[in-house]
Ligand binder design. Structure first.
Ligand code: WT7
Length: 652
């Protein structure tokens, strides 16, 4: 463990804890004895959780780990994921329950019941089927946060086709590489999307992305902003093509290991990884975790997860977990300060939201905007607060509890990843005495450890790497089209022990609670979004003025980390000053998406490299975070850092 922020060293002294009230504990979904019960017989525990679902054919074996690291869960079982998320709730008499209270950014709203959702999903499934989309095909979806996004995902699931959702903020190039990698047959998008009160184009970006994309046969376009868009030969409007379809569609049962979706996430190289998830185990764990971690009560709670469906949080905790559990949920299209900074609190007040799940970066933004804003709204319906995406600092955690949760709603800090599919480490409301800043303990049924370089578990107060030492139902089943990269990325570091290496540093405190300390690889976490340093570096060097680039994640008070780039410019370009730097920032936004735009770009004459040519990001991070520069003895040329610092001071 070398590259940790020193600020995290004081974590061991956190001694505030908040035990559950008797009242909460008495009604909690989670039970304290589940930890022991699951430890005593892990497979029996998961088999019990799988009973939350409807299986057309029951499994014959809970776990087959003989092909490790490729797991098979609920072997021989058959189910339809969309049937589990929609139809069965209608069949059990809850068709009139609202599934989605949708709130559009400009203020338009739609309430969709489970019966209506069933009709919409069936129509979309029939539409896709009429295009020849069938089991195992890939459908790419780039849509804003509108109901059709959820409908499209469920329609794919219903047909056994895999969706690959691409975040609406990703560039045409990023969309194209994902479409090509998965060889998507159909792309679903919209004319435009609302962002901060303005309509921004979407379809024209998609057209740019798909120019010459050989696999794509049809593009389905949802009308959202109403702006004029060119419709080509392979384009069809959703409202013309889907709305008139039959609402009758019989779901077919698929194997428990049938692929459900691919979701791309950044790795340590420039090429994003297509994380593959399958059906039975995934749905079991998202349903179980949504039930216990959020204490969700169907028909009573109003749940709201503020993520975008372009990320795994949206997949697992807007679409699959909540719908499998018959949640009534808010889905909000827009940004948190449109048209005003109290938008979230207004929505919570209007819909009496009881469970709210968001990200630390947003909590810190709310803190910055001031506690007087939430104070103007009635937030008394809130009873559970969740956090995800990056470590939550104790100050933000306390603010969340006090100013949003009225000092009594339990805060659950949930650690997990695109790869884990569902929450892995989190307190259980009603059971755990929560502690600001710590995700605390693996859930019942999950095993995680903090180990040192030799794979030995560290003791209380010790730090090291977070590993998952036992398979779990919603674990990734591979990287799309690249088994070797799957083994190499996650399973090679602790191959002898068979541990999954998460890429995160972690620590046990003196109570044995786990604190997550951030990534230990070349992956940055900016506002809870994973971006690889190499991806941004490749985007930079693709610009004609850039000779070399090195990127680091520097700690940032709001976004967790900010992207700081060091570039060597070619010849005359070096004189370009601020304008050249602005152009580079925009270039990265165009290549990857606005989320990858560097916070800062420093033009330097040299980059610090080891004798083997590896860039020493540690030293650049010292510069980016205004720290004393660390040990330079392993540099090939130890004067480089002086050159960099003096160049920056003189403003070159
Ligand atoms: C990485 C996974 C899980 C959905 C959102 C991000 C970091 C996530 C926490 C947390 C500390 C966290 C980790 C992890 N992370 N949640 N509660 N505390 N760190 O999914 O894009 O796959 O990123 O996010 O570094 O490895 P993702």
């Amino acid at each position: 463990m070398t590259e940790q922020s020193p600020a995290l060293d004081n974590l061991l002294t956190e001694n505030r804890t908040f035990p559950p009230t008797d009242e909460f504990a008495a009604q909690a979904n989670a039970k304290a004895d589940w930890y022991d019960k699951a430890d005593a017989d892990r497979e029996a525990f998961w088999a019990e959780q799988a009973e939350r679902l409807h299986w057309d054919t029951k499994w014959s074996q809970v776990l087959d780990w003989s092909g490790a690291p490729f797991a098979k869960w609920f072997v021989g079982g058959k189910l339809n994921v969309a049937y589990n998320c929609v139809d069965r709730h209608v069949e059990s008499g809850h068709g009139e329950q609202v599934a989605i209270h949708w709130v559009g950014e400009p203020g338009d709203t739609r309430d969709i019941t489970y019966a209506q959702l069933k009709d919409e999903v069936s129509k979309a499934a029939n539409a896709l089927a009429s295009l020849g989309v069938t089991s195992g095909d890939r459908v790419a979806i780039q849509l804003p946060m509108i109901p059709e996004a959820i409908v499209a995902m469920l329609a794919c699931a219903r047909l056994g086709a895999m969706h690959s959702v691409v975040f609406g903020g990703f560039s045409p190039a990023a969309l194209r590489s994902r479409v090509d990698d998965a060889e998507a047959k159909v792309v679903i998008t919209s004319d435009g999307q609302y962002r901060r009160g303005k309509a921004a184009p979407m379809k024209t970006n998609v057209d740019e992305a798909l120019d010459g994309a050989a696999s794509v046969e049809k593009v389905i376009v949802v009308r959202r902003t109403g702006e004029e868009v060119p419709m080509g030969e392979r384009d069809v409007w959703w409202h013309e093509f889907v709305d008139g379809q039959s609402t009758e569609h019989t779901p077919e049962a698929f194997d428990s290991e049938h692929p459900l979706f691919i979701l791309y996430t950044s790795g340590t190289t420039g090429k994003p990884k297509g994380i593959l998830h399958t059906s039975g185990g995934y749905l079991t764990q998202v349903a179980y975790t949504h039930h216990v971690v959020f204490d969700h009560k169907p028909g009573e709670d109003v749940y709201w997860c503020t993520a975008d469906i372009g990320w795994v949080t949206g997949h697992s905790y807007i679409v699959y977990g909540p719908l499998a559990n018959r949640a009534t949920q808010v889905v909000y299209e827009g940004t948190p300060n449109t048209p005003h900074e109290g938008r979230h609190w207004e929505i919570i007040q209007n819909h009496k939201v009881s469970i709210y799940y968001t990200a630390p970066t947003l909590i810190r933004t709310f803190m910055k905007w001031g506690e007087d804003i939430p104070a103007k709204y009635d937030l008394s319906s809130l009873r559970v607060l969740g956090s995800v995406g990056e470590p939550i600092n104790p100050e933000a955690w306390m603010w969340y509890r006090e100013h949003i949760g009225a000092g009594k709603a339990p805060v659950v800090d949930t650690w997990w990843q695109t790869e884990t599919g569902s929450i892995m480490i989190s307190p259980l409301p009603g059971v755990t005495s929560t502690k600001p800043g710590s995700a605390q303990r693996p859930l019942p049924g999950i095993s995680a450890k903090v180990v040192d370089d030799t794979a030995t578990e560290v003791g209380k107060g010790g730090g090291g790497y977070l590993v998952l030492d036992k398979p779990w139902p919603s674990m990734l089943r591979g990287i799309w089209g690249d088994d070797e990269r799957f083994r190499e990325t996650y399973w090679s570091r602790f191959a002898d022990q068979g541990f999954y290496f998460a890429g995160d540093g972690a620590k046990y405190d003196n109570d044995g609670d786990i604190w997550l300390l951030g990534r230990v690889d070349d992956v940055m976490n900016v506002s809870g979004h994973r971006i690889s340093t190499t991806e941004v570096e490749s985007a930079l060097v693709s610009h004609p003025t850039v000779a070399e680039a090195a990127v680091v994640g520097a700690s940032d008070p709001t976004t967790g980390q900010g992207i700081v780039a060091f570039v060597i410019l070619r010849g005359a370009a070096a004189e370009g000053g601020d304008e050249a730097v602005q152009e580079l920032r925009n270039h990265v936004a165009k290549e990857i998406g606005p989320i990858a735009k560097p916070r800062q770009i420093m033009v330097v004459p040299e980059l610090p490299k080891t004798r083997s040519g590896k860039i020493m990001r540690r030293l650049l991070r010292d510069v980016a975070e205004n720290r004393q520069i660390g040990d330079v003895t392993t540099l090939a040329d130890s004067s480089v850092m002086e050159l960099i610092s003096s160049g920056l001071k003189s403003g070159k």
